[in-house]
Design a protein around this ligand. Structure first.
Ligand code: GLA
Length: 391
Protein backbone atom coordinates (compact mmCIF):
# COMPACT_ATOMS: atom_id res chain seq x y z
CA UNK A 1 0.00 0.00 0.00
CA UNK A 2 1.24 3.46 -0.88
CA UNK A 3 1.90 5.56 2.20
CA UNK A 4 -0.01 8.85 2.55
CA UNK A 5 3.37 10.63 2.53
CA UNK A 6 4.34 9.14 -0.82
CA UNK A 7 0.92 10.14 -2.16
CA UNK A 8 1.46 13.68 -0.94
CA UNK A 9 4.94 13.71 -2.48
CA UNK A 10 3.55 12.61 -5.85
CA UNK A 11 0.82 15.20 -5.72
CA UNK A 12 3.40 17.94 -5.10
CA UNK A 13 6.37 16.77 -7.15
CA UNK A 14 4.97 14.28 -9.69
CA UNK A 15 4.73 10.48 -9.60
CA UNK A 16 7.63 9.41 -11.82
CA UNK A 17 11.06 8.07 -10.87
CA UNK A 18 12.60 6.35 -7.87
CA UNK A 19 10.86 7.73 -4.78
CA UNK A 20 12.50 6.67 -1.51
CA UNK A 21 11.33 6.95 2.12
CA UNK A 22 13.37 7.45 5.29
CA UNK A 23 12.86 7.93 9.02
CA UNK A 24 14.88 9.34 11.91
CA UNK A 25 13.57 9.58 15.47
CA UNK A 26 13.61 12.28 18.10
CA UNK A 27 15.40 11.59 21.36
CA UNK A 28 15.01 12.06 25.07
CA UNK A 29 17.98 12.21 27.40
CA UNK A 30 17.41 10.29 30.64
CA UNK A 31 20.42 11.74 32.44
CA UNK A 32 23.78 13.36 31.63
CA UNK A 33 22.85 16.92 30.67
CA UNK A 34 25.36 19.47 29.38
CA UNK A 35 28.09 16.87 29.77
CA UNK A 36 28.57 16.01 26.08
CA UNK A 37 30.75 19.02 25.26
CA UNK A 38 32.65 18.48 28.51
CA UNK A 39 34.00 15.04 27.66
CA UNK A 40 31.48 13.36 29.94
CA UNK A 41 28.84 10.64 29.63
CA UNK A 42 25.24 10.87 28.43
CA UNK A 43 22.36 8.41 28.60
CA UNK A 44 19.77 9.24 25.92
CA UNK A 45 17.36 7.06 23.97
CA UNK A 46 15.67 7.43 20.61
CA UNK A 47 11.89 7.72 20.50
CA UNK A 48 9.34 6.12 18.21
CA UNK A 49 8.24 9.61 17.14
CA UNK A 50 10.43 11.40 14.62
CA UNK A 51 10.79 12.74 11.09
CA UNK A 52 9.71 11.00 7.88
CA UNK A 53 11.28 12.07 4.58
CA UNK A 54 10.25 11.13 1.05
CA UNK A 55 12.99 12.01 -1.42
CA UNK A 56 13.74 11.69 -5.14
CA UNK A 57 16.97 12.62 -6.83
CA UNK A 58 16.76 15.10 -9.70
CA UNK A 59 18.73 15.36 -12.93
CA UNK A 60 19.52 19.07 -12.48
CA UNK A 61 20.94 21.04 -9.52
CA UNK A 62 17.62 22.25 -8.12
CA UNK A 63 16.44 21.54 -4.58
CA UNK A 64 12.75 21.58 -3.76
CA UNK A 65 11.53 21.19 -0.20
CA UNK A 66 8.08 20.84 1.32
CA UNK A 67 7.31 20.31 5.01
CA UNK A 68 3.87 19.22 6.14
CA UNK A 69 4.73 20.86 9.47
CA UNK A 70 5.20 24.27 7.82
CA UNK A 71 2.58 24.17 5.07
CA UNK A 72 2.27 27.95 5.20
CA UNK A 73 5.77 28.16 3.66
CA UNK A 74 4.60 26.22 0.62
CA UNK A 75 7.27 24.74 -1.63
CA UNK A 76 10.70 26.15 -0.84
CA UNK A 77 13.05 26.22 -3.83
CA UNK A 78 16.81 26.45 -3.81
CA UNK A 79 19.78 24.87 -5.57
CA UNK A 80 23.12 23.19 -4.98
CA UNK A 81 24.69 26.53 -5.90
CA UNK A 82 23.07 28.16 -2.90
CA UNK A 83 24.30 26.15 0.08
CA UNK A 84 24.65 29.00 2.54
CA UNK A 85 22.77 29.50 5.79
CA UNK A 86 19.95 32.05 5.50
CA UNK A 87 17.46 32.97 8.16
CA UNK A 88 14.61 33.03 5.68
CA UNK A 89 15.43 29.48 4.55
CA UNK A 90 14.06 28.35 7.94
CA UNK A 91 13.97 24.54 8.39
CA UNK A 92 15.58 23.92 4.98
CA UNK A 93 18.85 25.11 6.51
CA UNK A 94 19.09 21.65 8.11
CA UNK A 95 18.97 19.52 4.95
CA UNK A 96 21.06 22.13 3.11
CA UNK A 97 23.63 22.00 5.91
CA UNK A 98 23.84 18.22 5.47
CA UNK A 99 24.42 18.48 1.70
CA UNK A 100 27.11 21.07 2.37
CA UNK A 101 28.69 18.79 4.99
CA UNK A 102 28.71 15.76 2.67
CA UNK A 103 30.49 17.94 0.12
CA UNK A 104 32.96 19.15 2.75
CA UNK A 105 33.67 15.52 3.63
CA UNK A 106 34.51 14.77 0.00
CA UNK A 107 31.30 13.25 -1.35
CA UNK A 108 30.25 14.59 -4.73
CA UNK A 109 26.64 15.71 -4.76
CA UNK A 110 26.06 17.16 -8.22
CA UNK A 111 22.35 16.53 -8.63
CA UNK A 112 19.58 18.09 -6.56
CA UNK A 113 16.49 16.45 -5.07
CA UNK A 114 12.85 16.92 -4.17
CA UNK A 115 12.07 16.34 -0.49
CA UNK A 116 8.82 16.03 1.45
CA UNK A 117 9.08 16.04 5.22
CA UNK A 118 6.64 15.18 7.96
CA UNK A 119 7.57 15.16 11.65
CA UNK A 120 5.55 14.19 14.70
CA UNK A 121 8.07 15.55 17.22
CA UNK A 122 6.91 18.86 18.66
CA UNK A 123 9.16 21.51 17.03
CA UNK A 124 11.80 23.32 19.08
CA UNK A 125 10.76 21.36 22.17
CA UNK A 126 14.15 19.95 23.12
CA UNK A 127 13.42 16.50 21.68
CA UNK A 128 15.95 17.02 18.88
CA UNK A 129 13.67 17.76 15.97
CA UNK A 130 16.61 19.43 14.22
CA UNK A 131 19.02 16.50 14.77
CA UNK A 132 16.24 14.27 13.47
CA UNK A 133 16.02 16.29 10.24
CA UNK A 134 19.80 16.21 9.92
CA UNK A 135 20.04 12.46 10.40
CA UNK A 136 17.09 11.66 8.13
CA UNK A 137 18.75 13.80 5.44
CA UNK A 138 22.08 12.05 6.05
CA UNK A 139 20.48 8.63 5.63
CA UNK A 140 18.82 9.83 2.40
CA UNK A 141 22.03 11.35 1.02
CA UNK A 142 23.98 8.18 1.76
CA UNK A 143 21.31 6.05 0.12
CA UNK A 144 20.88 8.24 -2.98
CA UNK A 145 24.40 9.56 -3.61
CA UNK A 146 26.86 7.20 -1.94
CA UNK A 147 25.05 3.89 -1.79
CA UNK A 148 27.80 2.23 0.17
CA UNK A 149 27.05 1.93 3.87
CA UNK A 150 30.64 0.76 4.50
CA UNK A 151 31.90 4.14 3.43
CA UNK A 152 29.62 6.14 5.76
CA UNK A 153 28.54 4.55 9.03
CA UNK A 154 25.62 5.71 11.17
CA UNK A 155 28.18 7.21 13.56
CA UNK A 156 29.59 9.19 10.62
CA UNK A 157 26.08 10.43 9.86
CA UNK A 158 25.77 11.54 13.49
CA UNK A 159 29.13 13.33 13.26
CA UNK A 160 28.12 14.98 9.98
CA UNK A 161 24.90 16.14 11.64
CA UNK A 162 26.89 17.72 14.45
CA UNK A 163 29.37 19.23 11.97
CA UNK A 164 26.55 20.77 10.01
CA UNK A 165 24.91 22.10 13.17
CA UNK A 166 28.23 23.61 14.33
CA UNK A 167 29.57 24.96 11.05
CA UNK A 168 26.48 25.59 8.91
CA UNK A 169 23.81 26.46 11.47
CA UNK A 170 26.14 28.08 13.97
CA UNK A 171 25.09 26.14 17.07
CA UNK A 172 28.01 24.80 19.05
CA UNK A 173 26.20 21.62 20.16
CA UNK A 174 27.80 18.41 21.37
CA UNK A 175 27.33 14.98 19.80
CA UNK A 176 24.57 13.58 22.02
CA UNK A 177 21.49 14.41 19.94
CA UNK A 178 22.74 13.29 16.55
CA UNK A 179 24.30 10.18 18.09
CA UNK A 180 21.09 9.15 19.83
CA UNK A 181 19.00 9.86 16.74
CA UNK A 182 21.34 7.93 14.43
CA UNK A 183 22.21 5.03 16.74
CA UNK A 184 19.02 4.49 18.77
CA UNK A 185 17.74 1.01 19.44
CA UNK A 186 14.27 -0.18 20.43
CA UNK A 187 13.85 -0.46 24.21
CA UNK A 188 17.49 0.48 24.87
CA UNK A 189 19.17 3.63 26.10
CA UNK A 190 22.65 4.52 24.85
CA UNK A 191 25.41 4.92 27.41
CA UNK A 192 27.84 7.09 25.49
CA UNK A 193 31.23 8.33 26.55
CA UNK A 194 31.54 11.55 24.58
CA UNK A 195 35.31 11.77 25.08
CA UNK A 196 35.96 8.85 22.69
CA UNK A 197 32.48 7.90 21.39
CA UNK A 198 32.65 4.46 22.99
CA UNK A 199 29.13 3.30 23.84
CA UNK A 200 27.02 0.43 25.06
CA UNK A 201 23.30 -0.18 24.92
CA UNK A 202 21.45 -0.59 28.21
CA UNK A 203 18.03 -2.25 28.16
CA UNK A 204 15.27 -0.14 29.70
CA UNK A 205 12.93 -2.78 31.06
CA UNK A 206 10.09 -0.84 32.57
CA UNK A 207 7.33 -3.27 33.51
CA UNK A 208 5.32 -1.12 35.85
CA UNK A 209 6.40 2.37 34.74
CA UNK A 210 6.16 4.65 31.75
CA UNK A 211 8.38 7.42 30.44
CA UNK A 212 6.31 10.60 30.33
CA UNK A 213 7.50 13.71 28.54
CA UNK A 214 5.98 17.05 29.42
CA UNK A 215 6.47 19.79 26.86
CA UNK A 216 6.48 23.28 28.38
CA UNK A 217 5.48 24.90 25.07
CA UNK A 218 7.95 27.64 25.81
CA UNK A 219 9.72 27.87 22.50
CA UNK A 220 13.42 28.30 22.36
CA UNK A 221 15.98 28.41 19.59
CA UNK A 222 19.29 26.92 20.66
CA UNK A 223 21.21 29.49 18.62
CA UNK A 224 19.82 32.52 20.38
CA UNK A 225 19.74 30.93 23.82
CA UNK A 226 22.53 30.89 26.32
CA UNK A 227 23.80 27.50 25.17
CA UNK A 228 26.99 28.77 23.58
CA UNK A 229 27.63 30.95 26.63
CA UNK A 230 27.46 27.95 28.99
CA UNK A 231 29.84 26.08 26.78
CA UNK A 232 32.32 28.97 26.85
CA UNK A 233 32.04 29.22 30.64
CA UNK A 234 32.96 25.54 30.96
CA UNK A 235 35.91 25.96 28.61
CA UNK A 236 37.19 28.86 30.66
CA UNK A 237 36.79 26.95 33.93
CA UNK A 238 38.66 24.01 32.40
CA UNK A 239 41.51 26.26 31.33
CA UNK A 240 41.77 27.58 34.90
CA UNK A 241 41.77 24.04 36.35
CA UNK A 242 44.42 22.97 33.85
CA UNK A 243 46.85 25.34 35.55
CA UNK A 244 46.74 23.08 38.62
CA UNK A 245 45.74 19.62 37.40
CA UNK A 246 46.48 17.65 34.26
CA UNK A 247 43.08 16.93 32.64
CA UNK A 248 41.77 17.20 29.09
CA UNK A 249 38.13 17.73 30.03
CA UNK A 250 35.85 18.32 33.01
CA UNK A 251 34.58 14.79 32.46
CA UNK A 252 37.91 13.41 33.67
CA UNK A 253 37.43 14.80 37.17
CA UNK A 254 35.85 12.91 40.05
CA UNK A 255 33.89 14.87 42.64
CA UNK A 256 36.82 14.59 45.06
CA UNK A 257 39.33 15.88 42.54
CA UNK A 258 37.03 18.78 41.68
CA UNK A 259 36.68 19.76 45.34
CA UNK A 260 40.45 19.59 45.70
CA UNK A 261 41.23 21.86 42.74
CA UNK A 262 38.13 24.05 42.38
CA UNK A 263 39.73 27.14 43.94
CA UNK A 264 41.69 27.55 40.71
CA UNK A 265 38.43 28.73 39.13
CA UNK A 266 38.37 32.44 39.73
CA UNK A 267 34.67 33.23 39.37
CA UNK A 268 31.86 31.74 41.49
CA UNK A 269 29.63 31.49 38.42
CA UNK A 270 32.19 29.47 36.47
CA UNK A 271 32.80 27.32 39.54
CA UNK A 272 29.10 26.38 39.64
CA UNK A 273 29.03 25.66 35.90
CA UNK A 274 32.04 23.36 36.21
CA UNK A 275 30.65 21.72 39.35
CA UNK A 276 27.52 20.82 37.42
CA UNK A 277 29.52 19.31 34.56
CA UNK A 278 31.65 17.21 36.92
CA UNK A 279 28.89 16.04 39.27
CA UNK A 280 26.40 15.40 36.44
CA UNK A 281 28.90 13.15 34.73
CA UNK A 282 29.40 11.18 37.95
CA UNK A 283 25.63 10.99 38.45
CA UNK A 284 25.31 9.51 34.98
CA UNK A 285 27.83 6.78 35.78
CA UNK A 286 25.98 6.03 39.03
CA UNK A 287 22.60 6.03 37.28
CA UNK A 288 23.69 3.43 34.75
CA UNK A 289 25.02 1.25 37.58
CA UNK A 290 21.74 1.66 39.48
CA UNK A 291 19.78 0.61 36.42
CA UNK A 292 22.00 -2.45 35.92
CA UNK A 293 21.37 -3.40 39.54
CA UNK A 294 17.62 -3.01 38.97
CA UNK A 295 17.44 -0.11 41.41
CA UNK A 296 14.99 2.21 39.68
CA UNK A 297 14.44 4.25 42.83
CA UNK A 298 18.13 5.18 42.92
CA UNK A 299 17.96 6.03 39.21
CA UNK A 300 15.00 8.33 39.89
CA UNK A 301 16.76 10.05 42.78
CA UNK A 302 19.72 10.80 40.49
CA UNK A 303 17.33 12.27 37.89
CA UNK A 304 15.95 14.58 40.58
CA UNK A 305 19.46 15.59 41.68
CA UNK A 306 20.32 16.29 38.04
CA UNK A 307 17.45 18.76 37.79
CA UNK A 308 18.46 20.56 40.97
CA UNK A 309 21.99 20.96 39.65
CA UNK A 310 20.74 22.22 36.27
CA UNK A 311 18.49 24.65 38.12
CA UNK A 312 20.90 25.98 40.73
CA UNK A 313 24.41 25.49 39.35
CA UNK A 314 23.96 25.50 35.60
CA UNK A 315 20.92 27.82 35.53
CA UNK A 316 19.32 26.49 32.38
CA UNK A 317 15.88 25.54 33.67
CA UNK A 318 13.65 28.61 34.05
CA UNK A 319 10.22 28.95 35.60
CA UNK A 320 8.39 26.72 33.11
CA UNK A 321 10.61 23.65 33.51
CA UNK A 322 10.93 24.14 37.27
CA UNK A 323 7.15 24.31 37.60
CA UNK A 324 6.72 21.06 35.67
CA UNK A 325 9.43 19.21 37.59
CA UNK A 326 8.57 20.50 41.04
CA UNK A 327 4.90 19.62 40.44
CA UNK A 328 5.97 16.16 39.23
CA UNK A 329 8.02 15.50 42.37
CA UNK A 330 4.87 16.00 44.48
CA UNK A 331 2.79 13.43 42.60
CA UNK A 332 2.36 9.87 43.87
CA UNK A 333 4.01 7.17 41.75
CA UNK A 334 6.76 9.41 40.35
CA UNK A 335 10.16 7.66 40.36
CA UNK A 336 12.10 10.68 39.08
CA UNK A 337 11.66 13.85 37.05
CA UNK A 338 14.01 16.35 35.42
CA UNK A 339 14.36 18.73 32.51
CA UNK A 340 15.83 17.13 29.38
CA UNK A 341 17.87 18.59 26.53
CA UNK A 342 19.44 22.03 26.44
CA UNK A 343 16.90 23.64 28.78
CA UNK A 344 15.66 27.27 28.67
CA UNK A 345 12.24 25.84 27.72
CA UNK A 346 11.57 22.55 26.01
CA UNK A 347 10.61 19.38 27.86
CA UNK A 348 10.88 17.43 31.08
CA UNK A 349 11.18 13.65 31.37
CA UNK A 350 9.59 11.69 34.21
CA UNK A 351 9.39 8.03 35.09
CA UNK A 352 5.91 7.37 36.41
CA UNK A 353 4.20 4.21 37.67
CA UNK A 354 1.60 2.94 35.20
CA UNK A 355 -1.41 3.41 37.45
CA UNK A 356 -0.34 6.97 38.35
CA UNK A 357 0.13 8.28 34.79
CA UNK A 358 -3.38 9.67 34.22
CA UNK A 359 -3.47 11.55 37.53
CA UNK A 360 0.10 12.75 36.90
CA UNK A 361 -0.87 14.31 33.58
CA UNK A 362 -4.02 15.84 35.04
CA UNK A 363 -2.40 17.27 38.17
CA UNK A 364 0.88 18.49 36.71
CA UNK A 365 -1.05 19.91 33.75
CA UNK A 366 -3.33 21.87 36.08
CA UNK A 367 -0.54 23.23 38.25
CA UNK A 368 1.31 24.28 35.08
CA UNK A 369 -1.57 26.14 33.48
CA UNK A 370 -2.47 27.80 36.79
CA UNK A 371 1.13 28.97 37.32
CA UNK A 372 2.32 29.73 33.79
CA UNK A 373 -0.90 30.73 32.06
CA UNK A 374 -0.78 28.33 29.10
CA UNK A 375 -0.89 24.57 28.74
CA UNK A 376 1.80 21.93 28.69
CA UNK A 377 1.52 18.88 26.43
CA UNK A 378 2.17 15.37 27.69
CA UNK A 379 3.46 12.37 25.77
CA UNK A 380 3.78 8.82 27.04
CA UNK A 381 6.68 7.67 24.88
CA UNK A 382 8.29 4.44 23.70
CA UNK A 383 11.96 3.89 22.94
CA UNK A 384 12.54 3.22 19.25
CA UNK A 385 15.17 2.61 16.59
CA UNK A 386 17.57 5.10 15.02
CA UNK A 387 17.69 6.56 11.49
CA UNK A 388 16.78 4.15 8.69
CA UNK A 389 15.67 3.60 5.11
CA UNK A 390 11.99 2.60 5.01
CA UNK A 391 11.06 -0.20 2.61
C1 GLA B 1 21.42 20.13 23.31
C2 GLA B 1 22.69 19.84 22.52
C3 GLA B 1 23.38 18.57 23.05
C4 GLA B 1 23.58 18.64 24.55
C5 GLA B 1 22.29 19.06 25.26
C6 GLA B 1 22.49 19.30 26.72
O1 GLA B 1 20.47 19.14 23.12
O2 GLA B 1 22.39 19.67 21.16
O3 GLA B 1 24.61 18.40 22.37
O4 GLA B 1 24.62 19.50 24.88
O5 GLA B 1 21.73 20.23 24.69
O6 GLA B 1 22.81 18.13 27.37
Amino acid sequence: MKSPLVEKFQELFGAEGNIRSYFAPGRVNLIGEHTDYNGGHVFPCALTIGTYAVVRKREDRRLRFYSMNFEQLGMVESSLDDLVWKKEAQWTNYPKGMIWTFQQKGFAIEQGFDMLLFGNIPNASGLSSSASVEVVTGVALRDLYVGNTEEISMIDIALYGQYSENHFNGVNCGIMDQFAVAMGKKDQAIFLNTSDLSYTYAPIKLKNEKIVIACSNKKRGLGDSKYNERRAECEEALAELQKVVDVKSLGELTEEAFEQYKDAIKSPVRMRRARHAVYENQRTLQAVEALKAGDLAAFGALMNASHISLRDDYEVTGKELDTLVEAAWKQPGVIGSRMTGAGFGGCTVSIVENQAVDAFIRNVGKIYVDTIGYEADFYVVEIGDGGQVLE
